[in-house]
Write a protein that binds this ligand. Structure first.
Ligand code: EPZ
Length: 416
């Protein structure tokens, strides 16, 4: 079955190594198209979104070879600019190929990207910004075509921060003619990793990690070997597993310096944390209601991708809490499933109020998207009885093997 079975009520004890970052790997894999030759990307997670990105690269003519945690990508024979719809439509990050292919080939034809149904997720900002760099775009009902004889730099004053738009513009700008300014640029660690990758290949990018990026186009980039950083969202998910179930766990390689807002929130909820360069030690379960609302924001604010797991903590700890989701307009999709388990959660607009004092019982619940699915497994660890979370394929998009990792932390879970 495409599901996970969880035997709730066990305290956790153990350690697990945090996988490479999905949201850093995907733009970096797309960026290899900018480099004529063979790049080696190390520590890419073995997840379905990476599989789909590699399929897209192969469909374009790249030769891809994965050995252990090293992916070799040879782009010398890139010739196509048309990608298989089933891989484009299944994930949002296929849009990352737009900027890279325009820079490499000068034209792209592709379906509109898919991805988790956590909001409308339009690409209007992507297309508008690329037009400013000399790209001609013809939008059809199912797909769009983009063409640029020669990409040129531009000053982008964006209406709001977008991770994907920042990434796409970096990929379009790094080989473009002249200078490109992106403001406000996203500051996420995944953007910083992309910039580090491109600078190591010879790109000229200033301001990584700030809200203003300045990119000077260069003629050519050279092949490199690059290690993807650990995944801060996966680390935060397993932090919430301990916050729900209690116990003592060590999250090896957890990028603590990228998790300050999450660590502060967990400590405010009564959990003892010991961050170190080696990883994150977590002790105890959440035993306090958060003093103020949990408000998601762009980095370095609280990450929207951990909003659902923290909602599970608020419900399972019995402490309750208030959540305000400011990034996506439909990211409370786990609420009906947590209510099936006995939670009392009221949603009004982009705010959710988790009532205190409820005891949750496991039942059959449905994952509807990636992070909400992981949050339901986290919730089931601490609820009474045996639970089933269906649609595991959503969770496999971003977690290498969530049942293996949770078993390493002492949870009683299995594939169902
Ligand atoms: C990236 O999505 C991540 N995905 C998301 O992680 C993450 O939640 C999000 O950034 C915010 O941090 C990847 O990196 C593959 P945005 P992205 O553009 O780039 C609106 C996960 O679980 N918008 O910063 O799509 C958009 O609708 C995933 O790993 C437009 O309106 O996010 C959203 O409301 C989920 N027009 C807001 O901006 C556009 O052209 C922020 O989205 C583009 C975006």
């Amino acid at each position: 079955m495409d599901a996970v079975r969880i035997y709730g009520g066990n305290c956790l004890s153990g350690q697990t190594k945090i996988q490479g970052s999905k949201n850093a790997s995907l733009p970096i894999l797309a960026a290899t198209l900018l480099i004529d030759g063979t790049c080696e990307i190390v520590n890419c997670p073995d997840i379905s979104d990476v599989y789909h990105m590699l399929r897209l690269l192969e469909s374009l003519g790249c030769r891809v070879c994965r050995k252990a945690d090293v992916i070799r990508i040879d782009t010398c024979r890139v010739a196509e600019c048309d990608m298989p719809a089933d891989s484009v439509g299944v994930m949002r990050s296929s849009i990352m190929l737009l900027g890279a292919l325009l820079a490499r080939m000068g034209e792209v034809a592709m379906e509109y990207p898919g991805g988790c149904v956590i909001g409308k997720r339009p690409i209007d900002l992507h297309l508008c910004a690329l037009r400013r760099m000399g790209v001609e775009i013809m939008e059809g009902p199912e797909e769009f075509c983009a063409r640029a004889c020669r990409l040129h730099g531009a000053v982008h004053e964006l209406p709001f921060v977008s991770v994907g738009v920042t990434e796409n513009l970096i990929l379009a700008a790094v080989l473009a003619e002249g200078e490109t300014v992106i403001h406000p640029a996203a500051r996420e660690p995944e953007i910083q990793a992309l910039c580090e990758f491109l600078v190591s290949a010879g790109g000229k990018i200033n301001g990584a990690g700030t809200d203003r990026l300045v990119i000077e186009g260069v003629k050519k980039l050279c092949p490199v070997r690059f290690r993807v950083p650990a995944d801060r969202i996966v680390a935060g998910t397993y932090l919430t597993a301990c916050m729900c179930a209690g116990g003592r766990v060590f999250l090896e390689d957890a990028p603590c310096c990228q998790m300050e807002s999450v660590i502060a929130c967990a400590e405010n909820m009564g959990v003892h944390l010991r961050p170190s360069p080696e990883g994150l030690l977590v002790e105890g379960r959440a035993c306090r209601r958060l003093g103020e609302n949990l408000v998601t924001a762009v980095y370095p604010g609280f990450p929207t991708d951990l909003q659902s797991p923290f909602m599970a903590v608020m419900a399972l700890s019995g402490q309750g809490g208030q959540i305000e989701e400011t990034v996506f307009e439909n990211r409370f999709r786990i609420v009906p499933e947590l209510v099936k388990m006995g939670a009392d959660i009221r949603v009004k607009g982009n705010c959710a109020c988790v009532c205190a004092g409820t005891r949750l019982c496991n039942t059959i619940v449905e994952a509807k998207e990636l992070r909400g699915g992981a949050a339901l497994i986290v919730a089931a660890l601490a609820a009474e009885g045996t639970g089933i979370v269906t649609n595991r394929h959503y969770i496999d998009r971003g977690y290498e093997d969530i049942t293996r990792s949770l078993r390493e932390l002492g949870a009683d879970v299995e594939l169902a």
